[in-house]
Design a protein around this ligand. Structure first.
Ligand code: BG6
Length: 375
């Protein structure tokens, strides 16, 4: 077992490993000189990639949340319609897929039985597959047509943290690569996106400085029994994984939900007893991000009218959210597609400190295993 690097638990060590995990996952796959992404282990020709009609993303747990973020990246950068499936549900929905479709299976361990079965199902129906895995020569990686290894290093803690951010970076690289090979992105655009991707590791180091604030928030909220995590668009998977982290390690009930959907039901639950954790960042250079932000501001005002306690993740230069929310955790500015990689980190830290405050076995939560190898 690798050592904990002086940290008390693998989970907190792995949270702090993320800047290096991103560097190691991204750097070997890019050429800034050529303004290109190089994914040698894809083993699918550019001709075949050009005729791909659709992408199916299949995974379990946290890996599926990475897939949900990847859906936005693939549609935006490669103009490829994409669907996301629970691996455990895939075979039962009789997926109408075939040779013109690419199936991307995402897995930290590479051994999850549901994801293994889903890949075999996709291949049996004629779809080519690409595996994104954190473990070399794992079953899923070996059986895939192509592979992108996340190089986040061994992940020991059962709750997945550094594999998640590395998976989102790998999906961003895949979307750039498909855009580059299919001609939906020119060299200048690829270079600009690569520039933004390479800015993430130092920005992540800045986010990790919010660790003490996240610990204080865990102090204040460790009696709460339920939480609602909210996000819009590509930020919704961040809310989903923030809720999952809290469930996994602190055994507190938490639900991830699209912010806009709250008025269609969950709003009935929202009062002083249900803390809200909401993603409220904004990319000022992006009109749809500004629209999303305005709607989120209005939602927060509504939650405050219902006496809810609101913890918000906001962009570093934001004033509005700080005036509205009870607590605000600031993250550096980043593009709409990459901001989720920064936003999840305070939620990982919050879940970690909630578990520590409750005296729980953070790295080995009850009733969970690192990889479910039985269907
Ligand atoms: C669960 C793990 O068993 O499987 C989660 O506890 C993980 O952390 C999920 O997200 C999926 O695993 P994998 O290895 O396929 O990404």
């Amino acid at each position: 077992m690798p050592d904990k690097g002086g940290f008390p638990h693998y989970m907190i060590k792995e949270i702090f490993d993320q800047p290096q995990g991103l560097r190691d996952t991204v750097t070997p796959r890019i050429s800034l000189q050529e303004g290109r992404v190089c994914l040698e282990q894809i083993h699918i020709s550019a001709e075949d990639l050009r005729v791909v009609r659709r992408i199916n993303i299949v995974a379990s747990g946290t890996s599926r949340h990475a897939g949900m973020a990847g859906q936005y990246m693939l549609q935006e950068l490669a103009h490829l319609p994409s669907d996301v499936d629970y691996a455990s549900e895939f075979e039962f929905r009789n997926p109408l897929i075939g040779p013109g479709e690419l199936t991307v299976v995402i897995t930290q361990s590479g051994e999850t039985a549901d994801t293994t079965a889903a890949q075999r199902e996709a291949k049996a129906r004629g779809s080519r597959t690409i595996a994104i895995s954190n473990v070399k020569n794992s079953t899923i990686a070996r059986e895939a047509d192509g592979v992108i290894y996340t190089l986040a290093g061994a992940e020991i803690s059962i709750a997945s943290t550094k594999a998640f951010t590395a998976q989102m970076a790998a999906l961003f690289l895949l979307a750039l690569y498909l855009g580059q090979e299919r001609g939906t992105l020119n060299q200048e655009q690829v270079l600009q996106h690569l520039g933004e991707l390479l800015e993430l590791p130092p920005k992540l180091e800045t986010v990790l400085k919010s660790s003490a604030l996240c610990e204080r928030l865990a102090d204040q909220y460790c009696q709460a029994q339920d939480f609602l995590f909210l996000g819009r668009a590509i930020h919704y998977p961040v809310a989903m994984d923030g809720a999952l982290k809290l469930k996994e390690v602190s055994y507190v009930h938490a639900e991830g939900y699209p912010t806009g959907e709250t008025k269609h039901g969950p709003n009935a639950l929202i009062d002083e007893n249900l803390p809200i954790v909401i993603i409220a960042t904004c990319d000022h250079n992006d009109a749809s991000s500004m629209l999303r932000y305005k709607k989120t501001l209005a939602n927060i005002r509504g939650f405050k009218k219902q006496s809810a306690r609101v913890v918000a993740i906001a962009s570093e230069d934001d004033q509005n959210i700080r005036e509205l929310a009870d607590h605000t955790i600031l993250v550096p500015q980043a593009s709409e597609l990459l901001s989720p990689i920064l936003e999840i980190v305070p939620l990982q830290l919050f879940a970690y400190y909630m578990a520590v405050k409750k005296g729980l076995d953070v790295d080995r939560p009850r009733n969970l295993v690192k990889s479910v190898t039985l269907e």
